[in-house]
Design a protein around this ligand. Structure first.
Ligand code: SAM
Length: 231
């Protein structure tokens, strides 16, 4: 993967960035996503935000080597602190991190959001707490995708602030749109997870030490929801 050939995962993320956007890519690492989009003329400008020194330098290098310093600003910052009002950001991508981390980045940086930005989020696990945050902050989920690459399941969640929205507990767990669409990748993912949960429950049964009742009940509930979904 590089700034010319994105991974399938980032290519799918790229497809949800509106044409002509001013993109903030938070946790940009190498900066491949904004640089690829800028090279293609798909966006107008970008900010690549990175909290850590090595990836920050790597993003700077990618931008410099592609002669894009005029259009892409690389900032070393924690989360949405990379965004300044003068950037006029219209879309924010936060990809390749746990859903809880993405949620915390959004929550800690709430003051930097003007509510007009499209959020393109690609959590690696922890989708449920992320969707919960979106609901609690009046973001509607517009698009959801599950895809598999290199034996990992990835989810993409696209959301915009539209006003109050309510999702059921199951919708927060599976994804409201994915539950409806039931794509092959989505069903495969949940079949795999059901096997995992059943294995865990069987281990609990065999375990000599008592497993906290709450934990066992929680996993049993998840296994029941998944079985019902797949039925
Ligand atoms: N977004 C790229 C992708 O999807 O390929 C890189 C993903 S990489 C696994 C996660 C990056 O997020 C790391 O470079 C890490 O330093 C950065 N990161 C984690 N927490 C961050 C935060 N609070 N603010 C900015 N960057 C963060």
């Amino acid at each position: 993967m590089n700034e010319q050939t994105l991974s399938m995962r980032l290519e799918h993320v790229a497809a949800h960035v509106p044409a002509g956007a001013r993109l903030a890519d938070i946790g940009s690492d190498h900066g491949y996503l904004p640089v690829a989009l800028m090279r293609r003329g798909a966006i107008t400008a970008a900010v690549a935000g990175e909290v850590a020194e090595t990836p920050f330098r790597s993003a700077e290098r990618t931008v410099r080597e592609n002669d894009l310093d005029q259009w892409i600003t690389v900032r070393r910052a924690d989360g949405l602190a990379a965004i300044e009002p003068r950037d006029g950001i219209t879309a924010i991508s936060i990809c390749g991190m746990g859903g809880e981390t993405i949620r915390d980045i959004l929550d800690n940086g709430k003051a930097r959001l003007n509510g007009q930005e499209r959020l393109i989020l690609q959590p690696n696990g922890g989708e449920q707490p992320l969707r919960q945050w979106l609901m609690e902050n009046a973001y509607q989920i517009l698009v959801e995708e599950v895809l598999r690459e290199n034996r990992f399941d990835y989810e993409i969640i696209v959301a915009e602030r539209t006003g109050p929205v309510t999702y059921t507990a199951e919708e927060l767990y599976f994804g409201p749109l994915q539950m409806q669409a039931r794509s092959p990748a989505f069903l495969d993912k949940w079949q795999r997870l059901l096997r995992q949960k059943q294995k865990t429950l069987a281990q609990f049964t065999r375990a000599r030490q008592a497993v906290p009742m709450e934990k066992a009940q929680d996993i049993a509930r998840q296994a029941r929801w998944i079985s019902e979904l797949l039925a």
